[in-house]
Structures are given as C-alpha cells and as structure tokens.
Unconditional design. Sequence first.
Length: 134
Amino acid sequence: MSDGTSTGTRRVADIRSGTSSSNPSFITPLGNKVLFAADDGSKGTELWSADCSTGAASLVADLYVGGIGSAPDNLQVLGGKVVFTSIPMGSLYITDGTTAGTVLIATLSSLSSMTVANGFAWFCAAATGAGAEL
C-alpha cells in the first residue's frame, strides 16, 4: 500500500510465507477495506480482505475447501457490496467482506466477463442447450 511517497509505501501482509508469491489480484475497494484474490499456499486462491487503516489482511471465505481454491475473479462493487465470479465452480457470489456476508447468488455454466452498470451485474454465461450469452 502507498500514500504516494516512498516512505509511505510498504508491504501489507505476507499471505504466503517463504519465497513463493500469493499472487494477489482483482484488488477492489469496499468501505474501509480492499478485497482481493490470493493464494496462501494451502487453500488455493480464495477471497481475502485487508483493512485500509491497519493493513491487516485476513481470509474472507474458503469457498472451495481444499488446495485448489475457488479462484475469485471479476470483483466488482455493486450497491455497497462486491459481486464476483468463481470460474472453476461457475458461481456468482456477493459479499459484504465478511464470511457470514458472502453468499452464493447462482451457479451458472461458463460464467465469465462481468461488469457492473446502472445497479446491475452484467455477465456472460451459457444456458442449457445454448452457447454463452449476455
């Protein structure tokens, strides 16, 4: 994190200790925290949060238990929450940044390419007997 100065720039957390990277991605603001996908080396890539005041990072939810991970993708702010996809599971989730507030909305086939516009999440998914559509 950085305040725009060299002295105000630092690492937030060592999510995957050792020389391997946690590969944080899809960093998305939500209130006084940021949500992101990261791999701690044991759960696979899952949803994490970091407090913007302290920089403390923690796992939000282990959505796909085991070493593979749910691979959260396409994190987008929607109405004070974050909506995201989980590609391996074909799932659409919404979260308030807490474990209890992370909810499965739908399981869809070939879920991909999502954005938020005019208060709605827009995404591409396949329907039974059809190819991928909006």
